[in-house]
Structure formats: structure tokens, C-alpha cells
Write a protein that binds this ligand. Structure first.
Ligand code: FAD
Length: 476
């Protein structure tokens, strides 16, 4: 009887143990993808994520076709779809690779039991992480709350070698599929995805090319340039990793190989350490499933948050009057991605300068990032807010001007994303409100006209944030 491979966030043929197991059984394979909106609730992918998903599924369907099988697409709930497809195909087995979102863990456990009760063979595998969260613990057997000891505990472990894609996936075309086009994952009216199309190519082939391009041209300078948003110095693998078009084991082994070959120990390990952050975020989410919704440090429940809609809208639109914040928010809107250093700057600004709750930032990122990932996004926001497990302390408040001068020293990033201030000379491009009227005029900048005045005064906002923090500090 056929075996069903239930694809989820593992949209690749290589290094895919569920697919490999199904192929090795020798019978026909039914690759299935279920649109899980009905199961995911408010954690269904946002706009940018859906755009990516469309491309990833088109690429996966094409790859499966050349290997001999047809991708079956169905809309959930997943339990009903699986029961239906088992019945329609007479499948005797269902395989999948594990995911770590709390709603999925609960749902998958239920589905596994249900299928097993029906006499179906079920097995699940690890394809998304180097190390399963439950295999990593402190000396006293508890989960890690701090990254450095977490990473020390695992970085020397043996990482299994990824397997090649199967040569042939024996398909069987007697199960009906929905049409990807009918799912409406891509925007039509208005079509806001032009910048995404220009910036990205979803799919397993593109992911592998991006990795090898980064190893060839980026890895050696990664340690030195990774904090510079004006340089394309990071791998940009995040959406590919999120959707599982490439797996961390593939990244790991290719990087280790390059480290040895080109003697890139320091830069190489700095990069692997970031892949380690991804592991750590998943470890946190697995052990603290409320991470995306609740303050990890409950003292923050009493923080006097602001609820200014106007401030939130200005932040989202990239119109705060602080160029580095606005550049980041516009990069995000246009490309579906933002440089990590700038994510931290805009995050600090939202939570500390505007005192808006980090969940408002998390929600916006969820909708607009092509790499929106429940674990990384929640952990990133709690880190920057100071409410997380291993977090930047609240009182460390990023100064948007000094950050900008330090990490975009020539203002290239600012000028790329904020054309209306591009003609301002240094140093004013980082702080237009300090420019003399004559300089503004020559550069065609009208503060409060074509570019906003600062939404808040950073020095005052910083004092207010610290005073607000004093009110909860005793509970920390
Ligand atoms: P590289 O520097 O090339 O790193 C390689 C890979 O390591 C990344 O692709 C990513 O998978 C992982 N990684 C790197 N930095 C981190 C980190 N700090 N935390 C977890 N994993 C990391 N990353 C997401 O993938 N999805 C998110 O939704 C997300 N939200 C974030 C929200 C905030 C507020 C912050 C501060 C960070 C967030 N990050 C998120 C982490 C990080 O910004 C991105 O992973 C990174 O910018 C992606 O670019 P890259 O692939 O070029 O990274």
C-alpha cells in the first residue's frame, strides 16, 4: 500500500527523513501538503509568509514531478484531510517531520493516535533542528534559559549527515488535488508583492544556491560585517530555513566543510553560532509554549504600556522621523525582510521609545516578514523588550542615532530606503532635525512635510521608559 508524506515546514527533497522513509518502503508515495489555516487560528502564516508559501509549493511540486510524483494539495483541518486521503488512496503509512509550534504539537499528537487506532503505520522525524529540544538539558535536567551555556552544551555534538534527495519518488496519481492558484496565497488587488518578487526566489534549488553563494562570498567576512545593514553580509537564509527548503544539518555540514577547507574558524563559528540562536529559540518555545503570547518575565504584565494607535501606525509605515527606524520598517515592507541589527533597533524603539507592547511589534513582523517564525520572532521580541528568558536588560535602550552612525557609517542604507532625505549630507542624514535650515533646503527636505519630525524626543522617551520600568523593577 502507498505511504503518505505529509509536508509542512520541510519543503525539500534532500535531507528529508520522512520522504526517505516512505521511498525506502518501496511502494507508491503520496506527497501531501495541507493548508492548515483551520488548525492554526491566528498563527496561520501572515501576508508575506503566504506569498513565500505559494512559491515554495510551486517549486516543490515541480521537483516532485521531475522525480515521478505529484504533490497533492488539500485545505485542512489536517485530521480530516489525512483520514480522507488515507481512505481514498488505501495508504498504509503516514510519515512527517516534526514541527515545534505549540498548536501543532498538540494537534499532531492527536492525529498520530487517531491514525494508529485505525491501524495505520505512523512515524515522525527531525528535519528542522540540529538537536531536538528534549535532548538538551542542564546538569540538573532542566531546560536552558540562557543561550551561551545552551550552545556550549551542544556545539560539539555530532550532527547527522544530511541525505541526498531520493533518485526517484514513485508516485500514484489517483488522489485528487486542489489547485495552488485557487488558494489565493498571493496578493492580487492591490498587488503589494513586487518588492518581494524582486528580492527572493523561493524553493529548494534557490536555497542551496544561496547557501553556496554565501559560503563562497560572505562567510569569510561574516564576523566583521554581519552587523552592517549597508552591506549584504549575512546569508539571507532565514525564509528558506523557516520553510525548510534547506535544513540546518545541510547548513551545518557545508559550513564545517568550508571552515576546514579555507581555515575560516572564527567567521565560520560566528555564523554557526547564529544557527545556534535559531536552535535556542526553538528550545525556548518547546519548553515555554506561551512564549509568543505572554511575557516570560511576568513582572512585565504590570508595565504601564502606551496604546497609541497613531504611534503604532507611524512605526509600521516607517514615518517615525528617526531615519534608521524608518529605513528598517520600509525595507521590511518592501522586501519582507529586515537586517538583524535593524530589527533590534526598531524593536527597541517600539518598546522603549514608544512604550508599545512588544506583542504589537511581533504581530506586525508576523504579517510582513517572509521569514516570520513563531520561535525566532517571539524570542527576538522578548529579547529586545527585556521580558524574555535570556534578554537584553530593559534599561539598555538603543540610541537610534548612535546605532545608525555606527552600523551605517556612510548612510548608504538610509539613503537606499528613504529617498526623500538622500541628499542630506553626513552627519545630518542620521538626524535631519539637527540640520540647519539652509542644509535642509538645499537637500529638498521639509521636516513635517516630506519627512516627519521625530515622533518623540529620544532623550525624554528614554527617561520616561526608565521611570516606567522603575514601577515594575521590584517585581523582577
Ligand atoms: P544570518 O546572520 O545569515 O544567520 C543565519 C541563520 O541563523 C538565519 O537564517 C536564522 O535562521 C538564524 N538566526 C540568525 N540570527 C538569529 C537570531 N537572533 N535568532 C534566531 N535565529 C537566528 N528570525 C527569523 O528567522 N524569523 C523571525 O520571525 C525573526 N524575528 C525576529 C524579531 C526580532 C525582534 C529580532 C531582533 C530578530 C528576529 N529574527 C527572526 C532573528 C534574525 O533577525 C534573523 O534570523 C536574521 O536577520 C535573518 O537573516 P539571515 O538569514 O541573513 O541571518
Amino acid at each position: 500500500p502507498p505511504a503518505i508524506v505529509w509536508f509542512r515546514q520541510d519543503l525539500r527533497l534532500a535531507d528529508n527523513p520522512a520522504l526517505r522513509t516512505a521511498v525506502d518502503r518501496g511502494g507508491p508515495v503520496i506527497p501531501l501538503f495541507v493548508l492548515e489555516d483551520a488548525d492554526a487560528g491566528h498563527r496561520a502564516p501572515g501576508g508575506a509568509g503566504r506569498w513565500w508559501l505559494h512559491g515554495a509549493l510551486a517549486a516543490l511540486a515541480e521537483a516532485l514531478k521531475t522525480h515521478g510524483a505529484q504533490l497533492v494539495l488539500r485545505r485542512g483541518p489536517a485530521d480530516r484531510v489525512l483520514t480522507d486521503v488515507v481512505r481514498e488512496s488505501g495508504a498504509g503509512a503516514v510519515f512527517w517531520n516534526r514541527c515545534y509550534e505549540p498548536w501543532r504539537i498538540a494537534r499532531d499528537t492527536r492525529i498520530k493516535r487517531q491514525l494508529q487506532d485505525d491501524g495505520i503505520e505512523v512515524d515522525s522525524f527531525n528535519a528542522a533542528l540540529l538537536f531536538e529540544p528534549w535532548t538538551v538539558a542542564t546538569g540538573s535536567g532542566t531546560p536552558f534559559k540562557v543561550y551561551t551555556p545552551f550552545w556550549k552544551a551542544v556545539r560539539d555534538r555530532e550532527v547527522p549527515r544530511p541525505e541526498q534527495a531520493p533518485e526517484h519518488v514513485p508516485g500514484r496519481a489517483n488522489v485528487t488535488t486542489e489547485r495552488l492558484e485557487d488558494w489565493g496565497l498571493r496578493p492580487t488587488r492591490p498587488d503589494w508583492a513586487g518588492g518581494l518578487r524582486d528580492s527572493w526566489r523561493p524553493g529548494e534549488v534557490a536555497a542551496r544556491e544561496r547557501l553556496s553563494d554565501f559560503l563562497d562570498h560572505g562567510l569569510a567576512d561574516y564576523g566583521r560585517l554581519r552587523d552592517r545593514p549597508d552591506r549584504a553580509a549575512t546569508s539571507r537564509l532565514s525564509p528558506h530555513l523557516h520553510w525548510g527548503e534547506i535544513g540546518p544539518r545541510q547548513v551545518w555540514h557545508a559550513t564545517r566543510h568550508r571552515i576546514d577547507q579555507d581555515d575560516l574558524g572564527q567567521a565560520g563559528w560566528t555564523f554557526l553560532g547564529e544557527v545556534g540562536w535559531r536552535e535556542f529559540c526553538h528550545h525556548l518555545l518547546y519548553h515555554w509554549p506561551s512564549l509568543p503570547e505572554e511575557n516570560w518575565r511576568t513582572a512585565f504584565d504590570d508595565f504601564p504600556w502606551s496604546n497609541s494607535e497613531a504611534h503604532l501606525k507611524a512605526w509600521q509605515a516607517g514615518r517615525t522621523g528617526y531615519p534608521i527606524v524608518d529605513a528598517g520598517m520600509r525595507e521590511l515592507w518592501h522586501t519582507g525582510w529586515m537586517h538583524n541589527r535593524v530589527r533590534m533597533i526598531v524593536g527597541s524603539f517600539l518598546v522603549k521609545d514608544l512604550r508599545l507592547h512588544w506583542t504589537a511589534g511581533e504581530a506586525w513582523f508576523w504579517d510582513t516578514l517572509v521569514d516570520a517564525d513563531l520561535a525566532n520572532n517571539a524570542a527576538g521580541w522578548q529579547w529586545i523588550a527585556g521580558s524574555g528568558a535570556d534578554a537584553a536588560p530593559f534599561f539598555r535602550i538603543f540610541n537610534p542615532v548612535t546605532q545608525s552612525e555606527k552600523f551605517d557609517p556612510n548612510g548608504d542604507y538610509l539613503r537606499t530606503w528613504i529617498p526623500e532625505i538622500a541628499a542630506l549630507p553626513d552627519p545630518y542624514v542620521h538626524k535631519p532635525w539637527e540640520a540647519p535650515e539652509r542644509v535642509l533646503q538645499e537637500a529638498g527636505v521639509v521636516l513635517g512635510g516630506n519627512y516627519p519630525r521625530p515622533l518623540v524626543d529620544h532623550a525624554q522617551a528614554r527617561r520616561d521608559a526608565l521611570a516606567a520600568f522603575e514601577t515594575i523593577k521590584k517585581d523582577q
